[in-house]
Design a protein around this ligand. Structure first.
Ligand code: GLY
Length: 337
C-alpha cells in the first residue's frame, strides 16, 4: 500500500493506493462519523464493510443521463431521511460519474459534509476522484453545475481494475494520454500500478498549485473542449475518455491551424493516441459542424469573446483565449473528413 498526498493546507488529503486495500477504508473516514451514506451503482464490484457505523446505501442510475440535479435532490432527501449530519460522511464508490455526484451531494448537504471517494474505474483513479471537482450536467452542457469540494481521502484498490471492461480501461487511457502530453512522461513504460500512481502525482501537483482553476489547472482540460462537444453531440454514445482521445488530436490540428505547432507534432499526437495508447482518433460519422461549434461556444471554459482552448505551442501546452471560428471549423472539418 502507498500513500500519496494532495497538499492543500488544511484541506490536504491522502490518496491510498494498492491491492486488496478496500478493507482499510475505515481509516480514511472522519473519526467523529457515525452515519455513512454510500453512493454507488448496480454492478460496482466493491463490497464496503464498515462495522460499528450506521450505513445507508444509495444506488444511482448509470450513465451521464443520471448525472442531474434530480439525482442530487433524491440523494439529499435520502440524507435527510437517514439523519446524516455534517460530522458524518458520504462515500462515493464507482466511476467518475458516481464520485462527481457524491462529491456534489456532499458539498451541498448542510453546506459541506465530508466525502471519501473509492474510484473503481481507471478514469476515476487517475482523474475524476482527485482534485475536488464535483458536479452534474444540464441539458445545456456537461458539468455546468457543481462545486469544488475536496474529499477527505481517496482509496484506489487496483483489484477493481482486474474486472473493469476493456472499454472503460480505454477511457482511463484517454486521460492518461493527456498526462503524456502535459508532462512528456513515458507512462506506458511503467506497469499499470506505477502509471496510476504517477498520474495521481501529476494531478495532485497541478491541483495543489491551482485548486480553483485560475491558471495551471486549466491545462488538465487539454483535449476536453472538443471532447465535451462530442459527448453531447453523440448523446454520450462516445464515453468521456474516448472523446478526450479524439479531442487531443483535434487540439493538435487546431494548434497547427493557428501556427503554434508543426505537422510533425500533429502526427506525434496521432501516433501516441492511436499507436501507443490504442485509442480512436476520429469522431463517429454523421456529426454536424454547426452543432459542434455551438456546443463548444457553450463550454464553461469560454471566457469573454471568442473560443477558449488549451493548446500546444512553442512554450508548451497553455490556455489560448479569443480563438477565431475559422481555424476551429477547419480543424473540425479535418477531423470529420
Ligand atoms: N478533470 C480536470 C480537473 O480535475 O481539473
Amino acid at each position: 500500500m502507498r500513500r500519496l498526498n494532495v497538499p492543500l493546507g488544511n484541506r490536504s488529503y491522502d490518496v491510498v493506493i494498492g491491492r486488496g486495500i478496500v478493507a482499510g477504508l475505515v481509516s480514511l473516514l472522519p473519526a467523529a462519523a457515525q452515519r455513512v451514506a454510500i453512493i454507488t451503482q448496480d454492478g460496482i464490484p466493491a463490497e464496503i464493510v464498515l462495522p460499528g457505523l450506521d450505513v445507508t446505501t444509495f444506488v444511482i442510475d448509470r450513465g451521464e443521463g443520471a448525472k442531474t440535479l434530480h439525482t442530487i435532490e433524491t440523494l439529499v432527501r435520502g440524507f435527510a431521511d437517514m439523519g446524516l449530519t455534517r460530522n458524518d460522511v458520504v462515500i462515493g464508490v464507482g466511476g467518475g460519474m458516481v464520485t462527481d455526484v457524491a462529491g456534489f451531494a456532499a458539498s451541498s448537504w448542510h453546506r459541506g459534509t465530508p466525502v471519501v471517494h473509492v474510484p473503481t474505474s481507471l478514469l476515476g483513479m487517475v482523474d475524476a476522484a482527485i482534485g475536488g471537482k464535483t458536479g452534474v450536467n444540464l441539458p445545456e452542457g456537461k458539468n455546468l453545475v457543481g462545486a469544488y469540494w475536496q474529499p477527505t481521502g481517496v482509496l484506489c484498490d487496483f483489484d477493481f481494475l482486474d474486472t473493469l471492461p476493456l472499454r472503460e480501461m480505454r477511457c482511463g487511457m484517454g486521460e492518461m494520454a493527456k498526462y503524456h502530453f502535459l508532462t512528456g512522461d513515458n507512462l506506458l513504460e511503467m506497469d499499470l500500478e506505477e502509471r496510476v500512481a504517477r498520474c495521481i502525482e501529476i494531478k495532485a501537483e497541478i491541483v495543489a498549485s491551482d485548486e480553483r482553476e485560475s491558471g495551471q489547472r486549466a491545462l488538465l482540460n487539454y483535449g476536453h473542449t472538443f471532447a465535451h462537444a462530442l459527448e453531447i453531440a453523440t448523446g454520450h454514445e462516445l464515453a468521456h475518455g474516448e472523446a478526450v482521445a479524439i479531442g487531443l488530436v483535434y487540439a493538435a490540428e487546431l494548434g497547427h491551424n493557428l501556427g503554434r505547432i508543426d505537422v510533425d507534432r500533429v502526427q506525434e499526437h496521432r501516433n501516441v493516441v492511436a499507436g501507443e495508447y490504442d485509442l480512436m482518433t476520429s469522431p463517429p460519422s454523421g456529426l454536424d459542424v454547426d452543432e459542434l461549434m455551438a456546443l463548444m461556444h457553450r463550454d464553461k471554459k469560454a471566457l469573454g469573446s471568442g473560443l477558449t482552448f488549451v493548446l500546444d505551442g512553442p512554450s508548451g501546452i497553455e490556455v489560448v483565449s479569443g480563438v477565431d471560428e475559422e481555424p476551429v471549423r477547419r480543424a473540425m472539418e479535418t477531423m470529420l473528413r
